[in-house]
Ligand binder design. Structure first.
Ligand SMILES: Nc1nc2c(ncn2[C@@H]2O[C@H](COP(=O)(O)OP(=O)(O)OP(=O)(O)O)[C@@H](O)[C@H]2O)c(=O)[nH]1
Ligand SMILES: [Mg+2]
Length: 486
C-alpha cells in the first residue's frame, strides 16, 4: 500500500514543481510542530516578526554580521493550504491590551523571502542571494498517526487497549473500557454501536488531554481535531478486542471497524504525509517540558514517549518512514523547550540540559539515524522580567509578570492587571535527577506556574515599532537556517 501511495501522480507533480521552483530560487521548507498548546503559533509569529522588523538577534549569524539585506512576505507556494494568519496573531500580541492568539487546529503555511549577502567573498562578488523560507505549522498529534500506516486494525486495537489500561489513564478510560467489555467484536455491525463506541473513545482521549494536559500520545491524532471530516465513517471507529488470528467475520462489528480504520488511513493520514510531511527540509519540534516536569513522572514518561514516536517519523535509511514514502532528507531537527521565561535565567541552561537528555533517550529508543538533532530552551515571547527578592535574609531570583485574568495561585485569583513576583524554584543541576521518577514525584520541581499576559509594547510616542522580546529564539533560528544563508 505504501508503494502505491508514494507513486501517485499528484506526488510526482508536486515534486517536479518543487524541483523546478528551487532551481530558480532555493527554498527551505521548515516544519514547525509540537503537541497542542506547546507554543507553535506564538513561535512562528515571533520568529517572522523579529526577522521582518530586523530586531536584534545576536546569535543569528547572518543578521548579526549585517548580511541580511531585506526580508519580506510573499504569497505561499501551495494554494490549497490555509495561510498562517501572521498579521492577526501579531496584532493580538502587540495590542494595547496584549493577548495570546487562539488555539489553532489545522495546518498553516507562510512564505518569507530573505535577501542576503553571501559570507564567502567569491559568492558576494556575484551579487546578493535570495532564499524562500516556507514555514509549515502542523499539529504534532498528526505526526503520531504515521505509525498507523504500518499497523493493522488488530495490532492498533491491542496497543490502544493496553495504553487505556495503564494506571495513569484509568479514570479517563473508565467509561470507554466499561463499554468495551460489552462490545463483542463478532456481533453484527450496526451504526448505533459504532457511534457510541467512537464517541466514548473520543471522550476518553479528550479527558486524557484535559485532566493532565501532558498525556501526549493520543492517536488517532485527528479524533481531537477532525476538521471537515467530523462525523464521517472514517472517524467513526474504535479499537476492539479481537480474537487471535481468525479473520474478521463478514458484516461483523469487527469488519466494520477495520474497514473504517482503513478509510481513516487512506483519506486522512496518507494525504497529510504525502502532501506536507514528505516535503520538509528542516523541522522544529516544540515541547512544553516545564509543564510536564510540573505534572510529575507520568507526564514526563508520556512526553518521552511522544518525542520518541515523533523521532521515529523522521528516521532515515532502512525502515525509515521518510524513505518509504519517498520523502526528502530532513537533515536538521531542533527540539525546543518553550516558555523558558517561566524560569529565572540561571535555570535556562538546566532546562536545555534536561531536554537534551530526554532527546538523547528518545534518539536511542527510536534507533534514530539521519538528521543532526539539537535541543534549545527558549521563550518565543518573553512575558516576564527578572528581579531579586529578599526573604529572611536570603536573596531569591524571581520572575515578574502580569498573570492573565482568572489565573490562580496560592488561593489568590488574579484580575489581569496586577504584577506578581514569583520565585519559581530551581531545576536540579544534574539533568538525570530532573527526569528521575523519585525526584519528579517529590514535589521539588519548580512550581507556581501561572500563565502571564504577553508583554506590553512601548507607547508609540517613543517612536519605536512593536518588539516581541524573546529568549534564545535566535540560537534555534541560526541552527535551523543559518547555514542556508552562508
Ligand atoms: N510565557 C510564555 N507563554 C507562552 C509562550 N509561547 C506560548 N505561550 C503560552 O502557551 C499558549 C499556547 O501557545 P500557542 O502558540 O497558541 O500554542 P500552539 O502550539 O499553537 O497551540 P495549539 O494551536 O492549540 O496547538 C499561549 O496561549 C501562551 O499562554 C512564551 O514564549 N512565553
Ligand atoms: Mg497554534
Amino acid at each position: 500500500m505504501l508503494e502505491r501511495f508514494s507513486n501517485t501522480a499528484a506526488e510526482a507533480w508536486a515534486r517536479a514543481q518543487d524541483a523546478a521552483a528551487r532551481v530558480l530560487t532555493p527554498s527551505v521548507r521548515l516544519g514547525v510542530t509540537g503537541l497542542s498548546r506547546s507554543g507553535k503559533t506564538v513561535f512562528i509569529t515571533s520568529l517572522v516578526h523579529n526577522l521582518l522588523a530586523g530586531n536584534t538577534l545576536p546569535f543569528f549569524e547572518p543578521l548579526a554580521r549585517g548580511r541580511i539585506v531585506r526580508v519580506y512576505l510573499e504569497p505561499q507556494p501551495d494554494d490549497a493550504v490555509p495561510r498562517f494568519d501572521y498579521e492577526s496573531n501579531l496584532a493580538k500580541l502587540t495590542a494595547g491590551e496584549p493577548h495570546w492568539p487562539e488555539s489553532t487546529r489545522q495546518i498553516g503555511e507562510l512564505r518569507l523571502t530573505i535577501e542576503y549577502e553571501p559570507a564567502a567573498p567569491v559568492w558576494r562578488a556575484l551579487g546578493s542571494g535570495t532564499m524562500h523560507l516556507d514555514i509549515v505549522d502542523y499539529p504534532g498529534e498528526w505526526l503520531l498517526d504515521l505509525p498507523l500506516l504500518d499497523l493493522s486494525y488488530e495490532d492498533w486495537s491491542r496497543q490502544a487497549i493496553a495504553l487505556a489500561r495503564e494506571t495513569a489513564r484509568a479514570s479517563a478510560a473508565r467509561d470507554w473500557l466499561a463499554f468495551l467489555a460489552t462490545a463483542d467484536a463478532r456481533r453484527p455491525q450496526d451504526e448505533h454501536t459504532a457511534q457510541k463506541g467512537a464517541g466514548l473513545f473520543t471522550q476518553y482521549l479528550r479527558k486524557c488531554r484535559e485532566e493532565a494536559l501532558s498525556l501526549s500520545s493520543l492517536p488517532p491524532g485527528r479524533f481531537l481535531m477532525p476538521g471537515d471530516l467530523a462525523g464521517s465513517p472514517a472517524f467513526t471507529f474504535f479499537p476492539l478486542e479481537t480474537p487471535g488470528c481468525t479473520p474478521a467475520p463478514a458484516e461483523s462489528l469487527w469488519a466494520m471497524m477495520a474497514r473504517r480504520y482503513g478509510s481513516y488511513k487512506t483519506h486522512v493520514v496518507q494525504p497529510f504525509f504525502r502532501d506536507h510531511f514528505a516535503r520538509l527540509d528542516r523541522q522544529i519540534v516544540l515541547a512544553d517540558v516545564l509543564t510536564a516536569i510540573n505534572a510529575g513522572p507520568d507526564a514526563v514518561a508520556d512526553l518521552e514517549r511522544a518525542l520518541t514516536d515523533i523521532l521515529r517519523c523522521f528516521r532515515q535509511g532502512q525502515n525509515g518512514w521518510l524513505s518509504l514514502i519517498g520523502g526528502r532528507r530532513i537533515d536538521r531537527i531542533v527540539f525546543a523547550a518553550t516558555k523558558a521565561d517561566h524560569l529565572h535565567q540561571a535555570n535556562h541552561d538546566r532546562l536545555e540540559a534536561i531536554l537534551r537528555l530526554i532527546a538523547a533517550k528518545s534518539i536511542e529508543r527510536a534507533s534514530f539515524v539521519g538528521a543532526e538533532v539539537r535541543a534549545f530552551a527558549l521563550a518565543s515571547v518573553r512575558a516576564t522580567r527578572e528581579a531579586q527578592a529578599r526573604q529572611g535574609g536570603e536573596t531569591l531570583p524571581c520572575i515578574v509578570g502580569t498573570p492573565l485574568s482568572g489565573e490562580r495561585l496560592a488561593g489568590r485569583t488574579f484580575g489581569g492587571t496586577e504584577e506578581l513576583a514569583i520565585f519559581p524554584g530551581d531545576l536540579p543541576e544534574n539533568p538525570e535527577l530532573a527526569v528521575s521518577p523519585a525526584w519528579l514525584a517529590s514535589g521539588q520541581a519548580p512550581a507556581h506556574f501561572v500563565r502571564f499576559r504577553p508583554p506590553r509594547q512601548p507607547a508609540p510616542e517613543f517612536g519605536r515599532g512593536a518588539v516581541l522580546p524573546h529568549i534564545r529564539l535566535d540560537r534555534a533560528l541560526n541552527f535551523l537556517i543559518g547555514d542556508k544563508l552562508a
